[in-house]
Design a protein around this ligand. Structure first.
Ligand code: NAI
Length: 303
């Protein structure tokens, strides 16, 4: 018996990169796959039905079952059509993988409202729309599993990605809320923060020898290395795993922390701004976080 035998899985943004490997791995594990992708550029410009269909063709050539869908996750009506397409094709839906994504990087002080909205729409709103559209099916069948893609750009930080970081950390809150609200229906929800050498990070300059060496190391972070965790989370083997945040980088898997109080100070007579400056801030300062970026925390080469 394969791990995902007869399960129906919807993977958004599955026409390329990490999502394509999710679709292929889940199909190999026995699942029927709704391959959703609008076939757009990294920035979300243009559309092409080709990538979704190509992945469907690959799955079918390997003996699997797959259907293509080219609706955008960034619109409520379209998101409903994506879910309906999966249900119509497979008569059920067991797993939703919210993977579709775009980038519009810009330093915060220069970021346009349109750059902000485009990224929030695809990542945060798109993950809500597709998840919400699937919720009635999961609820009535009293089972279901969500896997959402977050990022260490949100969990830790990164330069020039205010829109993306906010969306990706928003997805963490969305996932935890779904896990809480739908536990009563035996529905699970988890996040993965991937590190992968997809086209999303493939545009790093390679002019100097140092840059070339760095990119060679990054290539170890193959997109296919993220898929085994997604397959496992989608399966019964992870039936008790929900509300968690994982990260995957080549052959490393991390369980990421979630925010809890680090330290407290108390003054029986209450605080003034002056006593906060004189007592509270010095007492808490030892536990302040540095202005770390993702690469400061994940400071060793991918293994
Ligand atoms: P990618 O650019 O190769 O794939 C994203 C796919 O989403 C593309 O095929 C694109 O056509 C599709 N897409 C974009 N907008 C869409 C929409 N509105 N509706 C449906 N499909 C849409 O990128 P990659 O690297 O495979 O990223 C996959 C996910 O992993 C994204 O959510 C990304 O934010 C996340 N991620 C990736 C990291 C990496 O190191 N590559 C790091 C952290 C997070």
């Amino acid at each position: 018996m394969k791990l995902l035998e007869d399960k129906a899985v919807l993977v958004t943004g599955a026409g390329g990169g990490i999502g394509r490997d999710f679709a292929l791995a889940m199909a190999a594990a026995g699942a029927k796959i709704l391959v959703n992708d609008i076939g757009t550029s990294v920035k979300g410009e243009g559309r092409d039905a080709g990538p979704a269909q190509k992945v469907v063709d690959e799955i079918r050539a390997a003996g699997g079952t797959a259907v293509a869908n080219t609706d955008s996750v960034a619109d409520w009506e379209c998101a409903n059509r994506i879910v309906q397409c999966a249900v119509d094709s497979f008569q059920r839906l067991d797993v939703v993988v919210n993977n579709a994504g775009i980038l519009r990087d810009r330093f915060f002080f220069n970021m346009s409202v349109e750059e902000w909205r485009a990224v929030i729409d695809v990542h945060l709103n798109g993950s809500f729309y597709v998840s919400r559209a699937a919720a009635p099916h999961f609820r009535s069948q009293e089972s279901g599993c969500y896997v959402h893609m977050t990022s260490t750009s949100g969990l830790v930080g990164n330069l020039g990605q205010a829109n993306y970081s906010a969306a990706k950390l928003g997805i963490v809150g969305l996932s935890k809320s779904i896990a809480l609200d739908m536990a009563r229906y035996k529905v699970r929800s988890n996040c993965i923060a991937p590190f992968a050498f997809s086209r999303m990070i493939g545009s790093i300059p390679t002019e100097t020898e140092d840059q070339k060496a760095r990119v060679e190391k990054l290539k170890a972070m193959e997109t296919a290395k993220i898929a085994p965790l997604a397959v496992c989370l989608a399966s019964e083997a992870a039936r008790d795993v929900t509300g968690q945040i994982f990260a995957v980088r080549a052959n490393e898997i991390f369980l990421m922390s979630q925010s809890r109080p680090l330290r407290s100070v108390h003054r029986a007579e209450g605080w003034t701004p002056q006593s906060i400056a004189a007592h509270a801030l010095p007492a808490l300062r030892a536990h302040f976080y540095a202005l770390d970026r993702s690469q400061d925390v994940f400071s060793w080469d991918p293994l």
